[in-house]
Design a protein around this ligand. Structure first.
Ligand SMILES: Cc1cc2nc3c(=O)[nH]c(=O)nc-3n(C[C@H](O)[C@H](O)[C@H](O)COP(=O)(O)OP(=O)(O)OC[C@H]3O[C@@H](n4cnc5c(N)ncnc54)[C@H](O)[C@@H]3O)c2cc1C
Length: 500
């Protein structure tokens, strides 16, 4: 029995997911509440999540690592827009620094999580992918750091005539390790961050790379080095230079998004001017780089040092904006009648959203339908006790949000310990409360396709899912943890009530 009379558990917390969010949760817990016991499980055999899964050429962030890295672990490399392997190294370093190796249970896919109010604990079942055996663990808390998309397979529409194509078709999420594209004619279908990363990485080695897009995105060059950090580092200690640079980057992005929202036409014209300067003389900027949507209605694509534009300028890559009619034996025929010859087609068509790693959860035997829950402060869920999740920003560094969530959660745990509470659950007082989709201000295809399966948000108070860092700082970092919507419980109280 625990001091409160609750039945014992194997660990205080099970963190599901050992990507940047899971490692963020683990390092925060180790720093703030070293007496809490926890394990971090992941279906993969390595840590790193996205940064381990994605192996396509050129894989890199498009956020600066000064804001993407943990607030308490400075990113010290010269390159702030970092290659995937460097991000993995940073995460491995964090595992060593915080002594997390003994907490890792890799090769474990969590299948179910069952909450028992009588025992104030979760029973989590997981498949050991090496032995095919199901193991169980009990915990006071589940921290879901499962990311937002299905690692098993990317989004891959089928195209007419694919079976006639003599070349190879690959999805970036399942990049074959032995794929040799030297001297090949490559067509990359897509216009998002992945396509824009692949183009310069493959150009030069391939005979030619064509990016084929249905519609344009906003593409903006940015320096790969963080000039503020590199400048400050010369005369300030690294930690201090990092803190100032992080703050500066947060404010800069906030100003850019703010300006884009208040002055969309001016922002458009500015981006067009930058694009025109980056592209060859006479390039049709309006056809290929003038989206129909407003800046930041979808995430902007940032390209480090304009590498994408350099490939187009050098003639090793080109952009085609058109629709696919069909695949032929030798390439792709477009609606315009143009034919793109290809030996290799890369479908950079996106991902499939997946809430909470497909974990089947129950609360006291009642199955949880995630889409019927409502988010509380973008970290807890209505009606689901002792369950916290990390879902980062879609318009900023993902991890800025995770940092605030783990901070608030640790404060909540300290509050509960001080008051002798074992359980906490957000409860909606007014069943008629309005509900909205979890993400509303982003119209990207992958969001539209999959967001309905995610929790809802309410219309005000703690029930909104904020996507603005400044608002979240007020709510999660500065705001109190106690809230009228939170129902706290203790086993001791329950047992006394039962005894009476
Ligand atoms: C190519 C690419 C580039 C990106 N670049 C940026 C960027 O520059 N900036 C940015 O902010 N965001 C970027 N993102 C978004 C990125 O996914 C997030 O930044 C971040 O990596 C998400 O981390 P995570 O730990 O929450 O999830 P993930 O990285 O997806 O990791 C989740 C982990 O949970 C595990 N898991 C899931 N379900 C289960 C289960 N049932 N049982 C056990 N384990 C489970 C998975 O195996 C995985 O390891 C990028 C995404 C991609 C695909």
């Amino acid at each position: 029995m625990s001091p409160n009379g609750a039945p014992q558990v194997d660990v205080d917390v099970i963190i599901v997911g050992a990507g940047v969010s899971g490692i963020g949760a683990a390092t925060r817990l180790a720093r703030e509440l070293p007496s809490k016991s926890f394990v971090m499980v992941d279906a993969r055999d390595n840590i790193g999540g996205t940064w381990d899964l994605m192996r396509f050429p050129g894989i890199r962030s498009d956020s600066d690592l000064i804001t993407y890295g943990f607030s308490y672990k400075p990113w010290t490399h010269e390159q702030a827009i970092a290659p995937g392997p460097a991000i993995l190294d940073y995460l491995r370093e964090a595992v060593v620094e915080y002594d997390l190796a003994s907490k890792l249970r890799l090769g474990r896919r969590v299948l179910t999580a069952d909450w028992s109010s009588a025992d104030a604990r979760w029973t989590v079942s997981m498949l050991n992918t090496a032995t095919d055996e199901v193991e169980t663990l009990t915990a006071r808390w589940v921290f879901s750091a499962t990311g937002y998309y299905d690692h098993a397979a990317g989004y891959r529409p089928t195209f007419p005539g694919e079976e006639d194509f003599a070349g190879r078709i690959v999805h970036p999420q399942e990049w074959p390790a032995d794929l040799d594209y030297t001297g090949k004619r490559v067509v990359i279908i897509g216009s998002g961050a992945t396509a824009l990363t692949l183009v310069p990485a493959m150009a030069g080695t391939a005979a030619h790379v064509t990016m084929l897009q249905r519609s344009p995105s906003y593409v903006i060059p940015m320096p790969s080095q963080d000039l503020v950090f590199c400048g400050l580092k010369k005369f300030l200690p690294t930690q201090r230079a990092f803190r100032i640079a992080r703050r500066a980057n947060i404010l800069r992005l906030r100003a850019i998004i703010g300006l884009s929202r208040t002055h969309p036409e001016k922002t458009r014209r500015l981006i067009r001017w930058v694009n025109k300067r980056s592209l060859p003389e006479g390039f049709d900027v309006d056809t290929h780089f003038k989206p129909a949507y407003k800046p930041w209605d979808e995430r902007m694509c940032l390209v480090p040092d304009g590498d994408f534009f350099k490939s187009v300028k050098a003639g090793s890559a080109s952009v085609v904006t058109d629709h696919i009619r069909r695949f032929t034996r030798d390439g792709i025929e477009l609606e315009s009648g143009q034919v793109l010859p290809a030996d290799l087609v890369v479908t950079a068509t996106g991902m499939n959203l997946l809430p909470f790693g497909a974990i089947g959860a129950t609360v006291d035997g009642r199955p949880v339908d995630w889409s019927e829950t409502v988010t509380f402060k973008s970290m807890l869920l209505s009606g689901v006790p002792n369950f916290v999740y990390a879902f980062g920003y879609t318009n900023n560094s993902w991890t800025l949000k995770v940092d605030l969530v783990t901070d608030h959660w640790c404060r909540l745990l300290k509050h509960m310990d001080a008051q002798g509470f074992d359980t906490v659950v957000p409860e909606i007082a007014d069943p008629a409360m309005g509900r909205r989709m979890f993400i509303e201000d982003l119209s990207s295809g992958y969001i539209k396709r999959g967001i309905a399966a995610f929790p809802r948000q309410g219309v005000d108070g703690p029930w909104t899912a904020e996507m603005t860092y400044a608002t979240d700082v007020e709510r999660l970092q500065r705001g109190p943890v106690a809230d009228p919507a939170l129902v706290f419980g203790t086993m001791k109280l329950l047992q006394e009530v039962d005894a009476r």
